[in-house]
Design a binder for this molecule. Structure first.
Ligand code: CA
Length: 228
């Protein structure tokens, strides 16, 4: 079931959106200001965000831009109060995928939600396995092997490798590991990430002190270098 985060400060509009979406079978999470909205977007991993533009604390444009800076690919449907072209352009430039000007018909809203969710499903290319030298990690089965021998990786280690693999060479920061692997409600420190990377290097690298695959990007985080 798809989960939709509604970020809207006007209670009447928030409730109307929530009703329209839940009665169609979506699960709905709500936030009444931009700061809480950003926090829920990161902790709840919604499948889509309905985002009002004029919001207390953090407006919709800034929120969309911040999510894209954090490498979130969640579809964002911007709800603009004004019909002005400037708002739409600013919103799309900030990283929104589509917009709808208020007032709108619930049927049009639902059609746009369906379209964005379909587009997201088509575009998602999950990585199902990863090969590093003679080690193969199977993300669907959550198992790993070296040659014909099973290799023990913990669920956290497998999740970290998946995140790195899906980033396709881009840096994953320690904070992103904590957000996306440990999740909301856990309170490990960024040192925890380093400890897990060290353990992974011991298991995966020929010379753990000189990693070929799990590379440190100083002052930033880690990235995965795939063998060519
Ligand atoms: Ca508003």
């Amino acid at each position: 079931m798809n989960r939709i985060l509604v970020i809207e400060d006007e209670p009447a509009m928030r409730h109307a959106l929530e009703d329209a979406l839940t009665s169609t079978g979506y699960r709905v999470i709500t936030a009444a200001d931009g700061a809480i909205g950003l926090e829920r977007a990161q902790s709840e991993h919604p499948d889509l965000i309905l985002l009002d533009v004029m919001l207390p604390k953090l407006d919709g444009f800034a929120l969309a831009a911040e999510l894209r800076r954090l490498r979130s690919t969640v579809p964002i449907l911007l709800l603009t109060a004004k019909g002005g072209v400037e708002d739409r352009v600013t919103g799309l430039d900030a990283g929104a995928d589509d917009y709808l000007a208020k007032p709108f018909h619930p049927q049009e809203l639902l059609a746009r939600v369906r379209a964005l969710l379909r587009r997201q499903e088509r575009g998602a290319a999950p990585v199902d396995h990863l090969r590093l030298g003679d080690v193969v990690i199977d993300f669907a089965r959550q198992t790993a092997s070296r040659g014909s021998q099973p290799l023990h990786l913990t669920p956290k280690e497998i999740s970290m490798l998946r995140l790195l693999a899906e980033a396709r060479g881009a840096v994953i920061t320690r904070e992103q590991f904590l957000d996306l692997v440990w999740g909301y409600g856990a309170f490990p420190t960024t040192r925890t990430v380093d400890t897990h990377i060290a353990a992974l290097r011991t298991k995966l690298e020929a010379v753990p002190a000189q990693p070929k695959y799990l590379v440190t990007v100083h002052g930033s985080g880690y990235r995965l270098v795939l063998p060519t």
